[in-house]
Design a protein around this ligand. Structure first.
Ligand SMILES: C[S@@+](CC[C@H](N)C(=O)[O-])C[C@H]1O[C@@H](n2cnc3c(N)ncnc32)[C@H](O)[C@@H]1O
Length: 314
């Protein structure tokens, strides 16, 4: 199958790991469902059919993966030129209906039927900058009681870092910050999309910065001598002999639970890690620091707030 795509969707399609995770989850779904009749083949939306919503369908690739398992697929895309591509890509599959609409105002009640499956790849790191959560809050009203969502949810982790600049940036950005991790990652939230969702997120996260032994065993001082750290004099911020470290950021990493068995870490086009600046603080090796992290899922990176709540000298 040849897909017509623009450059953004070309990159999404070329991300083999992202695509294969979704393909596997959609195939797993098929194994789970019974062997009812699938494609009615006449283009009419049948009642009592097995129905999927592909929300934010983009090029239509996920509808393509699901088309043989469902009687009808409702694929919705906001962007008009992307919608045109999806319509063209999926035109020979008469059980796939592509709509050019904003999901958040789409009248699902006109379908007269709820979905067995919602596929929604509107993911981004910690779900902050894309509308996965608002879209699911809205569309879940039209999911059958025993319905399934792919992906099923996410797991977020954070780790304390020191970075060379003070902007919110993704790890894959052309001018991504140079950073060094100063503590182990902490899982700070897990979301199951079938649960009640709230776009407003707030958590207190406790990090423990590396102790002297950790720093020695990871070759911290030698690492700082690397050219990429030297260039920004990162080592001037640490005095290992006196046990003094600094942190000025946290790195957020999101893992996607496609279903109960498939977890996908960041891939080039799926949730690259995000560096978030925080107030710079000096710590001793082995200290703990408690940080408040707040954001609105779907509200954009401008909604991110951080606050240092407490430093505990261990
Ligand atoms: C990350 S892309 C994924 C595309 C496709 N599902 C895939 O996996 O290749 C998300 C898509 O959602 C669309 N989108 C974003 N907000 C939307 C909204 N409110 N309603 C409909 N589509 C939306 C974007 O235009 C984009 O094409």
């Amino acid at each position: 199958m040849k897909f017509n795509v623009n450059s953004y969707h070309f990159k999404l399609l070329r991300d083999y790991e992202r695509l294969s995770a979704f393909k596997e989850a959609i195939d797993d779904y098929m194994v789970e469902i019974d062997n009812g009749s699938y494609n009615n083949g006449n283009g009419d939306l049948k009642s009592s059919s097995r129905i999927a919503f592909d929300l934010g369908c983009g090029s239509g690739v996920l509808s393509y993966f699901a088309k043989d398992y469902m009687d009808n697929i409702i694929a919705i895309e906001l962007n008009n030129s992307t919608y045109q591509l999806a319509k063209e890509n999926l035109k020979e599959f008469d059980n796939v209906y592509v709509f050019n609409d904003d999901i958040l105002s789409f009248d699902f009640s006109k379908l007269n039927e709820k979905a067995d499956l919602i596929i929604c790849e509107m993911l981004d790191t910690a779900l902050i900058d894309e509308e996965e959560v608002p879209v699911l809050i809205y569309a879940k009203k039209y999911l059958k009681e025993n319905g399934t969502i792919i992906p099923q949810g996410i797991i977020n982790s954070a780790e304390p870092i020191f970075m060379n600049n003070h902007f919110i940036q993704y790890e894959d950005d052309e001018y991504a910050p140079v950073y060094i991790a100063l503590g182990k990652p902490v899982i700070y939230s897990e979301l199951n999309f079938l649960d009640d969702l709230d776009s407003n997120f707030s958590a207190e996260i406790e990090f423990m910065v590396y102790g002297e032994d950790d720093l020695k065993s990871m070759g911290f001082e030698e690492k700082l001598a690397d050219e990429k750290f030297e260039r920004f004099n990162l080592k001037d911020n640490f005095n290992i002999e006196e046990n003094k470290l600094k942190i000025n950021g946290i790195k957020l990493t999101t893992f996607t639970n496609l279903n109960e068995n498939i977890i996908c870490g960041p891939t080039p086009m799926l949730n690259p890690s995000m560096m978030v600046p925080i107030e710079e603080v000096e710590l001793n090796c082995g200290d703990s620091v408690r940080i408040k992290l707040e954001y609105v899922m779907g509200g954009g990176v401008e909604t991110i707030r951080t606050e240092i709540l407490e430093i505990v000298h261990n």
